[in-house]
Ligand binder design. Structure first.
Ligand SMILES: *[C@@H]1O[C@H](CO)[C@@H](O)[C@H](O)[C@H]1NC(C)=O
Ligand SMILES: *[C@@H]1O[C@H](CO)[C@@H](O)[C@H](O)[C@H]1NC(C)=O
Ligand SMILES: *[C@@H]1O[C@H](CO)[C@@H](O)[C@H](O)[C@H]1NC(C)=O
Ligand SMILES: *[C@@H]1O[C@H](CO)[C@@H](O)[C@H](O)[C@H]1NC(C)=O
Ligand SMILES: *[C@@H]1O[C@H](CO)[C@@H](O)[C@H](O)[C@H]1NC(C)=O
Ligand SMILES: *[C@@H]1O[C@H](CO)[C@@H](O)[C@H](O)[C@H]1NC(C)=O
Length: 562
């Protein structure tokens, strides 16, 4: 073994050793372990479990149209700027919100008719700034350019296959003037397009036809684009001196018409969250992007927020927060796919905590451990009849529960969700409770037909809701086709699928092994990647394959299971 690599591995062993967590049958320890990696505790950084969860969700949905993509959003004005001020502090908060995985931002833009400039401050704020030295709006540092700069810094940092994702910028356009009359013929206004064109990886209606939005993979990797600039509300009056038509090539304009007339009109629902229509699966209507927002009077709760997601509407938080980190509780519920604190990066199996699913389902999310009543939860240490210390499949397989996917032991016995490959509406649930490995095989052999059925995995929020309806009252969850068997924290569809990111890493090795300094730098990089995608130890892998083969063979002999 290369001595450098050996040194590296030693370091790894040291690090992984120090993070090892002892299992305990105590519910307090169980909760501590789970919430240790929560978004609340990790704020303002993205929590490790959410990083893995967002990536898995993105990859599962990679081949479906982005119109079905449900993401978390906020209104920058009401949640950030009004609280932190129209200044650089708000820009730092904006960056934090990007970091923690918010993908939709609603922001007000103001056109000053007098100097033909676009900015982020309203007339009232500018007056306030002029009259008092402690005014709210500091346009010399807080302007559309600096907002774009902050966004671009994030985009550059996350332009890698592990973190890349789509973003939606939703503009509300306003105009004001200090003079009663103004001459709208003499000046050449500075266009919004100038700012939009400066956004890195920005999507334009010239490249992506709003009538046929692409799949996520296609958008991110074929076109190499990420940011949709969309006008959701145009409050410019008829007599404004600004000509929005000049921005037609760079800005999408939201419309609720299903058959838009102009080439940059994007059909989109943007609705107050109590007024949305829940979508059914499979869909029979023309698909379009859907967003819901709340207000101070009707704020999202830990119940209505995930409900909106389950209906296929990306929720936009628009109500005031006392402390911005309280957002993290909504973020914990913001993946349409995974349940809160999932996929767990600890040895803790959420399904072993009694009442967990019911409490989360009833909107009782843990804000922080000091306000949490542990006696409501009992840790069910022998619920799975497994010697967990010896369970190499611990939290390596995903079950669909009422609160989303939960990473659990592949040896757990549960019903499996099988789907007809040729008719997405036809769902069959296995009669027996079986292990994950058996679930895969049983679905394939359902009704003696080896080609027709497969272990299913939901690809979007509405499909997930449809699948959830098959969870019986007596059942905690159903096996779905998702596992991290090949690599820890790397979730893939299919028992035999390898983690795609490891291939990238090893290709990278050969390309980068040029000089000693690059080797050193690269080993550090490798260490980081390795920590994220630690493989199952070789001997365990071998055991796993043997077991899998045995199960396959057994099933063949036993004939077709029900
Ligand atoms: C967030 O990340 C930074 C940089 O990696 C680190 O220094 C800081 O301790 C982290 N904060 C938390 C709360 O994890
Ligand atoms: C997407 O579809 C292509 C072609 O059908 C396939 O090769 C690829 O593996 C799919 N990707 C995912 C993540 O399912
Ligand atoms: C906008 O903010 C940036 C950075 O904070 C500053 O350099 C720039 O001069 C500002 N632009 C205007 C027009 O004030
Ligand atoms: C522009 O129109 C609005 C109403 O649409 C009116 O209130 C405003 O006074 C007008 N401004 C000018 C400068 O004519
Ligand atoms: C915690 O829950 C238990 C059982 O539900 C209850 O008896 C107890 O009063 C609760 N404690 C607090 C501090 O709410
Ligand atoms: C698909 O499956 C559903 C549910 O089993 C059934 O009602 C429907 O008729 C099937 N469609 C076709 C085309 O077979």
């Amino acid at each position: 073994m290369n001595p450098l690599l050996g040194c590296c591995c030693f370091l790894l062993w040291l690090i992984s050793g120090s993070f090892a967590i002892d299992l305990s049958s105590d519910s307090i320890d169980a909760w501590e372990t789970l919430t240790n990696s929560s978004q609340y505790r990790s704020w303002p950084n993205l929590s490790r479990s959410r990083a893995a969860g967002l990536r898995a969700q993105r990859d599962v949905a990679a081949n479906i149209s982005i119109v079905y993509n449900v993401v978390a959003g906020i209104n920058l004005n009401t949640v950030v700027f009004d609280t932190f001020g129209y200044n650089e502090t708000s820009l730092r908060q904006f960056r934090n919100l990007l970091n923690v995985g918010i993908q939709t931002f609603v922001v007000d833009l103001y056109y000053n008719e007098d100097d033909s400039n676009w900015g982020l401050c309203s007339k009232e704020m500018i007056i306030d700034q002029l009259n008092t030295s402690t005014g709210q709006c500091d346009a010399s540092t807080f302007n559309i350019s600096s907002l774009v700069t902050t966004l671009n810094e994030f985009i550059v940092e996350t332009n890698n296959v592990l973190s890349i994702n789509v973003l939606y910028l939703m503009f509300r356009l306003n105009a004001f003037s200090f003079n009663e009359t103004y001459d709208n013929n003499v000046r050449t206004p500075n266009n919004l397009s100038t700012y939009i064109n400066n956004i890195d990886k920005v999507v334009s209606p010239l490249v992506i036809d709003p009538d046929v939005l692409p799949t996520l993979t296609s958008l991110l990797f074929k076109y190499g684009l990420r940011v949709f600039p969309i006008v959701v509300q145009n409050n410019l009056s008829k007599n404004t001196s600004y000509n929005i038509n000049e921005d037609m090539d760079v800005l999408y304009v939201a419309t609720d018409s299903p058959n838009p007339k102009q080439s940059n009109y994007l059909t989109l629902s943007f609705k107050e969250h109590t007024k949305i229509n829940c979508q059914n699966y499979p869909r029979d209507i023309r698909p379009h992007l859907q967003f819901s927002y709340d207000s101070n009077d009707l704020p999202f709760t830990y119940n209505t927020y995930p409900e909106s997601i389950g209906c296929g509407f990306s929720p936009i938080l628009n109500h005031r927060f006392h402390n911005i980190s309280e957002l993290s509780n909504f973020l914990e519920l913001s993946l349409w796919s995974w349940g809160p604190y999932q996929p767990t990066i600890t040895d803790q199996d959420e399904l072993d905590i009694k009442n967990f699913i019911n409490e989360i389902d009833s909107g009782d999310l843990v804000i922080n451990s000091s306000t949490f009543n542990y006696s409501d939860y009992e840790y069910n240490s022998n619920g799975n009849n497994n010697d967990q210390d010896d369970d190499e499949y611990l939290n390596r397989c995903a079950a669909l529960t009422k609160i989303g996917w939960i990473a659990t032991s592949c040896d757990r016995k549960m019903h499996a969700l099988c789907q007809n490959k040729f008719n997405v509406s036809e769902i069959l649930i296995t009669d027996d409770k079986i292990s994950y490995m058996k679930a895969d095989v049983q679905c394939q052999n359902f009704n003696g037909d080896t080609k027709k059925y497969e272990l299913a995995v939901p690809r979007d929020a509405v499909q997930q809701t449809f699948y959830k309806s098959f969870i019986g009252n007596d059942s905690i969850g159903l096996w779905v086709n998702l596992n991290s068997l090949s690599s820890e924290n790397c979730w893939v569809v299919g028992v035999n699928t390898n983690c795609p990111y490891q291939i990238i890493v090893s290709k990278h090795i050969f390309a980068t092994l040029i000089s000693v300094s690059t080797v050193m730098a690269f080993l550090l990089f490798l260490l980081l990647i390795y920590l994220q995608f630690q493989r199952l130890p070789v001997h365990k892998n071998r055991k796993y394959w043997r077991k899998l083969l045995n199960e396959r063979a057994k099933n063949n002999h036993d004939g077709v299971p029900s």
